[in-house]
Each structure stands twice: as C-alpha cells, then as structure tokens.
Write a protein that binds this ligand. Sequence first.
Ligand SMILES: [Zn+2]
Length: 350
Amino acid sequence: MSQTAADRYAWTEPGVEDLGGGVHRIPLPLPMDGLKAVNVYAIADDGGVDLIDAGIALVPARERLTAALRELGYELGDIRNFFVTHIHIDHYSLAIELRKTFRTVVSLGEAERANLIATREMVNGSGNRFFGIDGLRRLGAAELVSEMSALDRNPPAIVDWEDPDHWVTDGTDLDLRTRTLRAVHTPGHTRGHLVYHDAAAQIMFAGDHVLPHITPSIGFEAAGNRMALRDYLVSLARTLALPDARLLPAHGPVTGSTHERVNELLAHHDLRLAETHQAVLAGHATPYEAAKAIRWTRRQRPFSDLDLFSRLQAVNETAAHLEVLAIRGQLTRELSADGTDTYQAAPVAS
Ligand SMILES: [Zn+2]
C-alpha cells in the first residue's frame, strides 16, 4: 500500500481514540470494500455509556465493540442508548441485535419509517429486490438491471429490521448525563438522517451527512427519494447555519470544521450540476446516458471503469442532479414512450 493510501485508511485501525470530555471514537470493521469501517462514538460517564451509531450486526464488529468498551471499563450491558444517525445496515443493525440481549434503547430519526417499511418489503420479496432496481428502467439503465440479476444478492448480514424504541423528531434535545445533544434532521443521504449536535462542546456527530474524504451517496435508500439532492443541498445549508463544530464523521477521521467540509461539498455539487447540465446540452438525454458522459471519483475515471455497485450509484446521483436542474428551470423532463425520463434544455424565456 502506498504511503498516501496507508494514511488514508489509518482511521480504520482497531482501537479507541480519546476525543476528550468522555467522548471516544471506536472504528468497527465492515465487510464492504469501499468503506472498510464505521465509527461508533461512545459518550461515557460513571453510570454507563451512550453510543452514536452501532455498526453492522456481524461477529467481528460485535467483538471489536466489546473489546473497545472493555478498554474503557464497560461491558455491552452498560450501553444505555444507541442514537443512530440513519437506517443503513452499517449504522443500525448491531443496535437491534444487541437489544435482543441487553436493555439498550434504540433511537432513530422518524423520517426513516418509510425506509424501514420499504426495507421489510424488500427483504420479504414483495417490493424492490434491491434499492432502485425498478427505477433503473426509468433512468434508461435497463442494461444494468440484467447485470444485477446475475449478481449474488446475499446481504452482508442477516438483519431483523425491527422498529427502534424511539422515533426522534427534528430539534429534539437529548439530555445525556454529561451533555445535551440536539438531533437535527438532515435528509439527503437518507430521508430520515439525523446529525447530533453538541453546541456547547462544539462537536457534531455527523453520521454520513458530512464525510471528510468522500462525497456521501444521495438517496440510496429502500423507499427511494427523487428529490434527494434538493433535500441534501438544503441540509448542507442548514448545517452551515449551525455554529461551526469539530466534525465527528461515521466514515473517516475526526477533522476540525464542519463548515469547511460543507463548503467543499457544496462546491462539488455545483461542479457536478454544471457537468450534468453540459452532458444534457450535448445530447445525452437520459440519466444513464448523462452518467456515462461524466467522469467519476476524484481520479476522474470513466463510467465504464466503475464496478457495478458504483455504476448504480453514479446513475442514481446523475438522476438526482438532473432533478435539481429541472427544479431550477435549467432543464425540462419528459417521459418517453418506453417509460424513460428524458431531459432537454429549458426553452429560453422571451
Ligand atoms: Zn449510510
């Protein structure tokens, strides 16, 4: 591994990072190639520990969490609360599993209800077999559907998609023993995503809303959300309206400023909106065609070089950008005879 790559993944090394004030970062392993690990944050006091996010319900993650808590002087049974940022399997599922054994209370954003229902339908075979598969035809990406059906679709973990104990609403103040966390609804990555902001300590548990190294995926969720990017841009603006804070992300190292990273993410989406607009003006009318005309990742790779999962996300992201361009009046959308969304330049106002 090159020096840069080694540095880039230093945050995934097993251990416990003391962030001060009783807050500790605990990276837990993931079986997904791209992400490698998820940060769980422990907020400890004399009586027990509250956790932000939970990790995936797999033995290596559970063992690592057990070892990390032991290092801090706690057992799994000392966990009082899981404050989960969003429904994704790498954040939610271990909380549900541990609740079967311990008296842990699990909290999740109330707008994730739709995703939980859609996920259960997906698992039971009555809805989408996989996120977005039905929508891919509408995006002009039917050829990806056939590639998908050849895939091994075993989920990374077997999960009981049970309800949380509490559905948390926007603006709720969570009174912990050592601090108060405000739950702030930040839809976009998923429709019910929450960040937990401690204004007094100037820290933000940002989940996947703001990540230091990568651009969070948008609207990759069981219930789908055509307006995911519009929602996300509003959530980024909302984050800027809160006081600046240290960024405690779910994937990646802790960094100094939420505002700094939010500004970078806004600039990224501005650029991507301009590229997507240009692709349509050059005649790439469907989300799939436009995605193929754009360069991807920070290394500017062509679409055809991406793995299948990344191509799915790229089409999804392109569709989200096209919808924002349509909302802004720069493009118009029509449904073609075969049921595909097509975009064209908006007529110039006279
Ligand atoms: Zn996520």
